[in-house]
Write a protein that binds this ligand. Structure first.
Ligand code: KG4
Ligand code: ZN
Length: 393
């Protein structure tokens, strides 16, 4: 099955073509084409993602990114896709520039051999999500291809299970023992979900206030670091660790010992603000603060993971989301979990899958498409606060 996947939930415009086969016992994937445009340079001056700007950029770049993905996949054939231009323009009513570009594109290229279109329909910035969703609906109509709406967090979770294949473009997902416990850590999410049976999710715990990525970004701002702050805080903390033991600051470990699997990161962020006060930190003080913040986050995450494993009797543990790129968190899990739980299989995403991308949407899309879990293209909607555990339960 060949999947065309589209992701526009935040500040990456991404389209991928994946060739997929097998079932959840053993699935193989090959990335045939991949187009990705990051808007991070556009949003950086604002210190965060501007939803309306993100929407405009997605609308401006989706057709070129689709072109790139199809061209790389060798699926760009001159010709004409017969289409009802009026219908297409009405689907893309709110994105007139995108509609014009798409009509031109379809007038110059034949329908590619694609079996299903997968698109992120939530969670994320709703104006940004809508662009991808309407684009997918228009393509579905133009090419008569079924569409499946995918939860962005499910993409993060399932792509974390991918094992590298024969070459850089192929990978597989196999022998995943259930229950699977997933820790989803990103700019908007911090939650434990349990999957059992396959593709059926239950919420085990979540943050009661800030997401961990959000806390990273806010602490970065307090330290005067550029957006996106997560990787910047991580860099400083690593420098401090390399220098050896030194602790100028002590931050709280929120909810560490509480008998539940929820988190709270807003107090930690406030503690950083108080510790800095009016002072302008030296570089070394900044590094030390970054390290202590990372240590506090990691300690809480690990303790809660042990609790969640017990609660769910998990056989597999996976982390996913933008913060899964974090060196300290990756190292902590790979060093400690095999010691504390040698019976559990640990899945840490390949670095390429930690940042937002369309490949992960294609992976999740395949597992739903192969069981014909399609959406009605007429009524598919963007849902900014879409939850994983109710989406496909
Ligand atoms: O998944 P993602 O790209 O977007 C959302 O779905 O939210 O996650 C972005 C978040 C941002 O908060 C960013 O600062 C954080 O992930 N992040 C990191 C690292 N790389 C990205 N946080 C800590 N360490 C990193 N290396
Ligand atoms: Zn994400």
């Amino acid at each position: 099955m060949r999947i065309l996947a589209i992701e526009t939930s935040c500040d990456e415009t991404a389209v991928a073509v994946l060739h997929c086969s097998g079932d959840e016992k053993h699935a193989t994937f090959s990335i045939e084409g991949n187009g990705l445009l990051s808007q991070v340079d556009i949003h950086r001056p604002y210190g965060g993602v501007y939803p309306m700007l993100a929407k405009r950029e997605h609308a401006r770049t989706l057709v070129p990114v689709l072109h790139t993905a199809l061209e790389k996949a060798g699926l760009l054939t001159p010709g004409v896709s017969t289409t009802d231009t009026q219908e297409l323009t009405s689907i893309l009513e709110r994105e007139p520039e995108l509609a014009t570009q798409l009509v031109t594109f379809l007038g110059e290229h034949a329908r590619p051999p694609i079996d299903a279109i997968a698109v992120t329909h939530g969670p994320g910035l709703e104006p940004a999500l809508w662009v991808g969703v309407n684009f997918a609906r228009a393509l579905s109509q133009a090419w008569d291809i079924p569409v499946v709406g995918i939860n962005h967090m499910e993409g993060h979770l399932l792509s974390a299970l991918a094992q590298p294949g024969e070459d850089a473009m192929s990978f597989s997902i196999s022998n995943i023992e259930l229950p699977l416990l997933g820790l989803l850590i990103s700019g908007g999410h911090t939650e434990f979900v349990s999957m059992n049976p396959w593709l059926s999710y239950q919420l085990i715990g979540r943050t009661r206030d800030d997401a961990v990525g959000e806390a990273y970004d806010k602490v970065a701002r307090m330290l005067g670091l550029p957006y996106p702050g997560g990787p910047e805080v991580s860099k400083l903390a690593e420098i401090d660790r390399a220098r050896g033991p030194k602790h100028l600051y002590t931050l709280p470990r929120p909810m560490l010992k509480d008998a539940h699997c929820d988190f709270s990161f807003s107090g930690l962020k406030t503690a950083v603000r108080y510790a800095i006060g009016d002072a302008t930190l030296t570089r070394e003080e900044q590094e030390d603060m970054a390290r202590e913040f990372e240590d506090a986050v990691a300690e809480v995450i690990y303790a809660k993971t042990l609790r969640a494993i017990e609660e769910t009797e998990a056989r597999t543990f996976a982390i996913g989301g933008g913060v899964a790129a974090n060196t300290n968190i990756r190292r902590m899990f790979s060093e400690r979990l095999p010691v504390d739980h040698p019976e559990i299989s640990l899945s840490i995403p390949l670095p390429a899958f930690t940042t937002d991308n369309a490949v992960m949407i294609g992976i999740a899309g395949y597992f739903h498409a192969r069981i014909h879990d399609f959406h009605d293209a007429q009524t598919l909607r963007a849902q900014g606060t879409l939850e994983l555990f109710s989406a496909h339960a």
